[in-house]
Design a protein around this ligand. Structure first.
Ligand code: NAX
Length: 333
């Protein structure tokens, strides 16, 4: 018997990330080749003509798993009974704009999104915030969504993890698939800490510690971290547009792992509500390593050794998030 469709809302659905993402969801990359989907596509009023064009294209793909694609600028329609919310739409940073202004605009968007999720979505809805500043937008959304468990709110740091994984793979001359257990700690910003102290690299039949294979602490603590932290800016400089294809891939990876679970002993990084583990202030949305069971329950990977270098990096990104939170909460009142 055919499965019940999964209802997935994507906001910012007329934008460039969505353009790379929607086909991936509709053809089964996110939920599997036997899982029908209904797409709820939300964008602003003035983008409806463009969004209708995207829906025409989705129709024209003649996809067996796509039951329906609904284009709307009404959150009540967009969030009605959804299982998954992928919140991509956000107010973009404009030239000369102050950080406080950007936060203010986004607090208003993500407060409304949280309230609307609470009013219209399933109480089990899984929420992934992509729009920047992703961690703090997620925090505002989570706090505004009464009746939905805090652990259902996550933000995207998988793109950072994928970027780090590839840097290590290139350095070790292996495929990215052979690199596991990279961690992204903290904010999806240039203060994030890509941590490869526990990363494994499979070479042939043997698994090695990445640090033993690479044997270059100066690179690992220097250029490697810098490259991952500033990769988004490097893509913008080259493409004159921000990452879209790779962001879509990371969104697919994040939701697929959150739905199907991580495999074996491996873990992945997600921005989640901190429970105080590793000395991260409770309540912040902070990227951490998690193991996920099929269905979506996740646990923070515990008992990883935090040395002085890691402590400093983790505290630095937490400090930035605390400042963002303080500013954002002023606008939430
Ligand atoms: P685009 O400007 O191409 O698209 C954004 C879309 O969102 C537009 O169609 C706009 O009309 C819509 N929108 C704005 N406010 C909305 C609202 N309140 N409700 C519904 N729709 C709304 O941006 P795109 O390149 O798709 O990027 C979207 C967001 O992702 C940005 O905030 C960007 O900074 C962020 N990113 C986050 C990443 C992450 O890893 N967390 C990586 C990629 C990306 O930089």
């Amino acid at each position: 018997m055919e499965k019940e469709p999964v209802r997935v809302c994507v906001t910012g659905a007329a934008g460039q990330i969505a353009y790379s993402l929607l086909l991936r969801i509709a053809r089964g990359d996110m939920f599997g080749a036997d899982q029908p989907v209904v797409l709820h596509l939300l964008d602003l009023d003035f983008m409806m003509e463009s969004l209708n064009g995207v829906v025409m294209e989705l129709d024209d793909c003649a996809l067996p798993l796509l039951v329906e694609a609904v284009a709307t600028s009404d959150v009540a329609v967009a969030f009605k009974d959804i299982d998954v919310a992928i919140l991509v739409g956000a107010f973009p940073r404009k030239e000369g704009m102050e950080r406080a202004d950007l936060l203010k605009r986004n607090v208003s968007i993500f407060k409304s999104a949280g309230e609307a999720l609470s009013a219209h979505a399933k109480k089990t809805v899984k929420v992934l915030v992509v729009g920047n500043p992703a961690n703090t937008n997620c925090l505002i959304c989570q706090r505004s969504a009464s009746g939905i468990p805090a652990e259902n709110f996550t933000c995207l740091t998988r793109l950072d993890q994928n970027r780090a994984q590839v840097q290590i793979a290139k350095r070790c001359d292996v495929n990215a698939q052979n690199v596991s257990n990279v961690i992204i700690w903290g904010n999806h910003s240039s203060t994030q800490f890509p941590d490869v102290r526990f990363t494994q690299v499979q070479v042939g039949e043997t698994s090695h510690q990445a640090t033993d294979l690479i044997k270059d602490d100066i690179w690992l603590k220097g250029d490697f971290i810098k490259t991952v932290q500033t990769r988004g800016a490097a893509v913008i400089k080259a493409r004159k547009l921000s990452s879209a294809m790779s962001a879509a891939q990371a969104i697919v990876d994040h939701i697929r792992d959150w739905t199907c679970g991580t495999s074996g002993d491996s873990w992945t990084s997600m921005g989640i509500v901190s429970d105080g583990s590793y000395g991260v202030p409770a309540g912040l949305i902070y990227s951490m390593p998690v193991r996920i069971s099929p269905g979506g329950a996740y646990q923070i990977v515990q008992n990883l050794e935090i040395n002085d270098f890691a402590r400093e990096m983790m505290d630095n990104t937490a400090k930035e998030l605390l400042e963002e939170r303080e500013l954002a909460l002023q606008f939430l009142a």
